[in-house]
Write a protein that binds this ligand. Structure first.
Ligand code: GDP
Length: 197
């Protein structure tokens, strides 16, 4: 798929202010600092569209980016930032849960995982919560350029193994790097396939 346009549409903290659920939406989520903004910018080929975070965990916004005037990338707030307050985390959970469970136009969720790390409990739990709710998701492993291919593959295999205790079929995994565009075509091909155009 060729990206012809990528436009920031709206940024908000209120479900009531989301755009009408008319166009397909693809949500991106992960731990703070996992590389979500960088990956979104790499996929759509626009530097600075999604704001890379200076202060992880600060923004609790849902950002909509309209792609090719046909579908949305939805940038969800990062989870698991230790320094955000308890009430902040509870607000986050409520807001995101509502979006993930109720948004009719949501097609799939891309869960971002840092490929440098061994499986983290918070990521496994988040995947399980999506599974329990029947929300379809794919796993995008980020920052592949930061270590050797073998290490990334080991961490991915371990993640798959841990998830397979909870899932009959572990969702597809894609290794990515915002630095060298790794995974870009695979992610766009998936979206293209789901969009059916
Ligand atoms: P977010 O908080 O999940 O949106 O993460 P950011 O996109 O702001 O990235 C967090 C940090 O990781 C920034 O310093 C990025 O430059 C860096 N980063 C993100 N993706 C990559 C990547 O693929 N490779 C490398 N080397 N650094 C990355």
């Amino acid at each position: 798929m060729i990206i012809k346009s990528a436009d920031f549409t709206v940024s908000n903290t209120r479900i009531s202010k989301l755009p009408p659920p008319i166009l397909p939406e693809y949500a991106f989520i992960g731990r703070s600092n996992v590389g979500k903004s960088s990956l979104i910018n790499m996929i759509v080929n626009v530097k600075g569209l999604a704001k890379t975070s200076q202060k992880p965990g600060k923004t609790q916004l849902i950002n909509h980016f309209l792609i090719n005037k046909e579908w949305y990338i939805v940038d969800l707030p990062g989870y698991g930032y230790a320094k955000s307050s308890k009430s902040n985390r509870a607000e986050w959970a409520k807001f995101i849960r509502f979006y993930l469970e109720k948004r009719e136009s949501l097609q799939v969720v891309f869960v971002l995982i840092d490929s440098r790390l061994e499986p983290q409990k918070i990521d496994i739990e988040f995947c399980c919560s999506l599974g329990e709710k029947g929300i379809p998701f794919y796993l995008l492993f980020t920052k592949a350029d930061k270590q050797g291919a073998v290490k990334s593959q080991q961490n991915m295999a371990q993640f798959k193994k841990e998830l397979s205790e909870f899932f009959e079929e572990v969702p597809q995994m894609i290794l990515t790097s915002a630095e060298n565009q790794l995974g870009k075509d695979d992610v766009l091909a998936l979206i293209h396939e789901i969009n059916g155009n």
